[in-house]
Design a protein around this ligand. Structure first.
Ligand SMILES: NC(=O)c1ccc[n+]([C@@H]2O[C@H](COP(=O)([O-])OP(=O)(O)OC[C@H]3O[C@@H](n4cnc5c(N)ncnc54)[C@H](O)[C@@H]3O)[C@@H](O)[C@H]2O)c1
Ligand SMILES: [Zn+2]
Length: 348
């Protein structure tokens, strides 16, 4: 695929491994560190190993959002010190969004910042976390509350990595693909709405590439979320509140599962604001319902979910602001919606 030019770095999708090898060599790194978790060590490291210039040091952390914290970051900083990493050392983050965000954060703070390459291995991290420069860890129960914006020197996307993902993780990442098409690409929506997760490897490759291009274009136009970038929040205002609601339940949802549900509710809001036809609303609903098995929002949950939305970073002066789709392929932002309407959308 042609290179995607991001802010100061390139995103390379499905190119020959020798390009990665050459790029790493060109950095003339004093030392190379590869951060993995037990899953990417098993499934992804063997694929990439033959293409890494020797020597390099593997730093392994435990998988999962629970370990995306300061303690794991401290462990990684300690390892860098112990192995005498210096300013010209290089970090490769081989993993999903957790490793990308945390490994990038560790690299960007070590000695005031050493270069890192993102090698995203989940669908979610390939289409979403790999672009936009957001790094960080969770702290005191808040997601990503400690962190910064800092770009990698390159993002290397190898779409076949997603083959070994559990189906639930694949579906979770697919929610961001659905979002990208809904806000920016009517033609890709036509392609995904019937096939869902049943894409061939070639189709995945193209879909991931398109999805990255959409996100990158939006981010380039508005790197610090002053305006346009808010459209990437479609499905997330309600989705995040649903995610938080289920966080401490017996059935926590993956991010994409919550966002899928949020997209149904926010598509309903778009419909009610005369921005979406009933047919489009039904199409969105039907694709999401076939992919995800998500618990029903019962009436007694609704007030709690609305309360959780008060914490949303995008609210302004107590008003709840939404990004709403204006027909599939277009999206507006800063649309005010009343609590009554939000309630209706959750019931829907
Ligand atoms: N920086 C951003 O812009 C951005 C955007 C979206 C999400 N995020 C962050 O990303 C994180 C979620 O990312 P995620 O969904 O990739 O989760 P994750 O990194 O926890 O990966 C999900 C699971 O898949 C495993 N895994 C990874 N690659 C695999 C592979 N190829 N085969 C088999 N198993 C594999 C992981 O070990 C983990 O168990 C969250 O912390 C979120 O805050 C960041
Ligand atoms: Zn998301």
């Amino acid at each position: 695929m042609p290179t995607v030019k991001a802010e100061g770095y390139n995103v390379i999708v499905d190119k020959g491994w020798e390009d990665l090898h050459k790029f790493i060599l060109k950095q003339k790194a004093s030392k190379i560190f590869v951060i993995v978790d037990e899953n990417t060590e098993e499934h992804c490291l063997p694929v990439i190993r033959p293409h890494l210039p020797d020597p390099y040091k593997i730093l392994k952390v435990r998988s999962g959002e629970t370990f995306k914290n300061i303690d794991t970051a401290t462990y990684l900083w300690q390892q860098l010190v112990k192995h005498e990493a210096d300013r010209s050392s290089l970090v490769l983050n081989l993993g999903g969004g957790v490793i990308g965000d945390m490994g990038g954060f560790v690299a960007s703070t070590y000695m005031r910042g050493i270069p890192f390459i993102q090698i995203p291995t989940t669908l979610l991290s390939q289409v979403d976390a790999s672009v936009g420069g957001k790094l960080g860890v969770d702290f005191m129960g808040y997601k990503n509350i400690i962190g910064m914006f800092k770009n990698p020197i390159m993002v290397w996307v190898h779409s076949p990595f997603i083959k070994t993902l559990p189906e639930k993780e694949l579906a979770s990442g697919f929610a961001e693909v659905i979002k990208h098409t809904l806000i920016r690409s009517k033609s890709w929506w036509e392609k995904i709405k019937s096939k869902g997760l049943n894409q061939t490897p070639e189709e995945w490759s193209k879909l991931i590439y398109e999805s990255i291009k959409i996100k990158n274009k939006v981010v380039l136009e508005d790197p610090y979320e002053q305006g346009l970038r808010k459209i990437l929040n479609f499905g997330h205002t309600i989705g995040h509140a649903i995610e938080s609601y289920f966080l401490n339940s017996k059935t926590p949802l993956l991010h994409g599962e919550a966002i899928a549900k949020g997209m149904i509710a926010e598509a309903y809001l778009s419909f009610k604001n005369n921005k979406l036809t009933i047919i489009e609303l039904e199409e969105i609903n039907s694709l999401i319902e076939t992919i995800y098995t998500i618990p029903t929002i019962e009436n007694d949950m609704i007030d709690d979910i609305i309360r959780l939305m008060k914490m949303d970073k995008k609210n302004k002066a107590g008003k709840k602001l939404f990004s709403l789709i204006e027909g599939i392929g277009n999206c507006s932002f800063d649309e005010e919606v009343t609590d009554e309407r939000i309630k209706e959308s959750l019931k829907f």
